[in-house]
Design a protein around this ligand. Structure first.
Ligand code: SF4
Ligand code: SF4
Length: 102
């Protein structure tokens, strides 16, 4: 199964991103228990450039994360706030995306 193939109903651009672009959305949108990170709040290890400041020592939950079709939905958006909001919207979640860094 192609994990970059979007479900029916999503626009073609969903398949245009087939690798991680470092957009930061997956470090901001989901809740990550291992980091005590709430839903919709950027990880404290994410810097202003959407780079992980502890990349070499990041926890297994981060190491195991794989880019997929959702990246194609969120990565093209212009701000981390917009990417986080779209990520949460796709999964039917609500968070504090309005408070994060743009
Ligand atoms: S959401 Fe996708 S493209 Fe963005 S940082 Fe995470 S894996 Fe990379
Ligand atoms: S520890 Fe690094 S890779 Fe993991 S969520 Fe935070 S910024 Fe992202």
């Amino acid at each position: 199964m192609d994990r970059f193939a979007a479900p029916p109903g999503y626009p073609l651009r969903s398949q245009s991103v087939r690798d991680c672009t470092g957009c930061g959305a997956c470090c901001a949108a989901p809740d990550i228990h291992a980091l005590r990170k709430p839903l919709g709040v950027p990880c404290p290890n994410l810097d202003e450039g959407c780079r992980c400041q502890i990349y070499v020592a990041r926890p297994p939950v981060c190491r195991d994360y794989q880019p997929d079709w959702v990246c194609g939905e969120v990565a093209p958006l212009p701000t981390l706030q917009a990417r986080t909001a779209r990520f949460l919207e796709i999964y039917g979640l609500t968070g504090e995306a309005g408070r994060d860094r743009g």
